[in-house]
Design a binder for this molecule. Structure first.
Ligand code: HEM
Length: 484
């Protein structure tokens, strides 16, 4: 009897193990799968070897000579797509509009699957539409926003004036973009010490998520055994701290202590009318989505831009000469992009060369579908290798060279930017691109107009990016020398 039982258990176990290592029919090529872990160990190894998950996966795709890489990470089917045609298909296809629903993602959204960035279906549609509409209602993306950015430019210039030597651009840039964003979300600037605390928190949080990404994502149960080591305790604590900051703003709005009109007031009106998906938890998560998606991404582009002119005097001189000739002392505005061709081409090249989101997504296949002739099972997670597209030799001459001129045609007009996807595409395209683009342009031009950027203490900072969930430069400082 025991023998029969043991045999049965053995057969069941063997069948289960076999099922976890056998790939679905016509699944995209990729490394072999092992019981329980899939190919996680292989992906972790290549990521370590090549310096980031993005580069490691790119190497695997090359080894398997494929534009659609098939993986299994833990128990999750994951597909990474390469090439413009495949990226466009995933960015815009309705069947790819989902977001994965993992423990890790719920943790990122303060514990529940709420907000915009990591929801899908009816709640995503309703809240993305509501957020975009009401942010616009209070001026986001309109000419008024340009004024707010110009105010931040004056604050940044004042800050630089008082700190010209060995200045670290990181915090001052991130603080400025958060201030503009928060003005539309919560109607006011964030107090200085609160702002610095929030920035430290967002920074530490994204580092913790990058680190914890491996273990917690693959093996959520690891939080019960190693709550500290897995990064779980730290993330939970930071979630609480960030919640408190947003809660405080909600409380102020409930007692009408904030003047004027803003996104939070519109949202609270919906809560008061008992609209079913409008809750305080949802409001909190939407705010968190905007803070996370908006601050570091935008400020990292600017940090890369200042780092590049610091490392390349010739480019810096060309940028300054153009700004000086076209604007003189005038305050920059978005419409100057059509006159500052070289400067705008330079900023496009920064966004190509240092792609801030090199692996966009994650998306979730809402149905069984196909990409490039391969079958994609329902619920597969899909990542889009935007970083590789921005270095595709079919689209870019000498892609590893930094060349703003690639965006300027013989007649001196801008060209080629249609192959750039820094903000994605389709219905899940970044809703903050208008703020990001104007902010990057106005702040960069405004600072370059007044200051020469040089290295501190004769040390040229590294141009190698640090690539986690997003890409950023290594911490650096610069001297800002006033121009007369
Ligand atoms: C240079 C700066 C930025 C870059 C490179 C960037 C990039 C992206 C990309 C590539 C996506 C699309 C992901 C996908 O297709 O699945 C996205 C989505 C998103 N971005 Fe941005 N973004 C930037 C700035 C901002 C700002 C300033 C905001 C704040 C308003 C913002 C808010 C969002 C949100 C809420 C989503 C999720 C949209 C959805 O899932 O429907 N981003 N961003």
């Amino acid at each position: 009897m025991i023998f029969v039982l043991l045999t049965l258990v053995f057969i069941l176990l063997a069948t289960y193990i076999l099922s976890t290592v056998s790939k679905p029919k016509n699944f995209p090529p990729g490394p072999s799968w092992y019981p329980f872990i899939g190919c996680s160990a292989i992906v972790q190894n290549v990521s370590q070897k090549y310096g980031s998950q993005w580069k490691g996966l790119s190497q695997l795709a090359k080894e398997h000579s494929t534009q659609v890489l098939g993986l299994k990470l833990g128990s999750e089917l994951v597909v990474v797509v390469y090439g413009e045609k495949n990226l466009r298909q995933v960015f815009t296809g309705l069947e790819f509009e989902g977001r994965p629903n993992s423990f890790f993602i719920r943790l990122r959204c303060l514990g529940k699957r709420l907000g915009i960035t990591f929801t899908d279906g009816a709640i995503w549609k309703e809240h993305r539409h509501f957020t975009v509409k009401h942010l616009r209602n209070v001026g986001f993306g309109k000419t008024a926003m340009e004024k707010e950015i110009q105010i931040e430019l004056l604050n940044i210039l004042q800050y630089i004036k008082n700190n010209t030597k060995s200045l670290s651009p990181k915090k001052v840039l991130a603080a400025a973009v958060l201030n503009v964003l928060w003005k539309y979300v919560a109607g006011e600037r964030i107090e200085e010490d609160r702002l610095m605390f929030l920035l430290d928190l967002l920074n530490a949080r994204s580092k913790a998520f990058s680190m914890a990404g491996g273990w917690l994502n693959l093996y959520p149960w690891s939080r019960f055994i190693f709550p500290k080591l897995s990064g779980y305790s730290l993330i939970v604590k930071m979630n609480e701290q960030i919640s408190e900051i947003i809660d405080e703003a909600i409380k102020k709005h409930k007692s009408k202590a904030v003047e004027g009109n803003d996104f939070m007031y519109y949202f609270l009106d919906e809560i008061n009318e008992h609209k079913s998906t409008f809750t305080e938890e949802q409001l909190k998560t939407v705010c968190l989505d905007l803070l996370i998606a908006g601050s570091q991404t935008t400020s990292n582009v600017l940090e890369f831009a200042f780092l590049t002119v610091l490392r390349n005097k010739l480019i810096q001189q060309k940028v300054f000469d153009e700004i000086n000739e076209v604007l003189g002392d005038d305050m920059p505005c978005w419409s100057d992009t059509s006159r500052l061709i070289y400067t705008y081409a330079f900023l496009l090249e920064v966004q190509r060369y240092y792609t801030i989101v090199p692996l966009a997504g994650p998306r979730r296949a809402l149905d069984v579908t196909s990409i490039d002739g391969y079958s994609i099972p329902k619920n597969t997670t899909i990542l889009m290798a935007v970083g590789d597209l921005h270095f595709d030799p079919e689209l870019w001459d000498f892609p590893h060279e930094f060349k703003p001129e690639r965006f300027i045609d013989e007649a001196g007009a801008l060209k080629n930017s249609e192959h750039m996807y820094p903000f994605g595409l389709g219905r899940r395209r970044c809703p903050g691109d208008s703020l990001a683009k104007s902010f990057i342009f106005i702040i960069f031009v405004g600072v370059m107009q007044k200051y020469k950027v040089e290295c501190s203490n004769g040390i040229i900072p590294s141009g190698e990016p640090v690539i986690g969930l997003i890409s950023g430069p290594k911490d650096y400082t610069a001297d800002f020398i006033p121009r007369n």
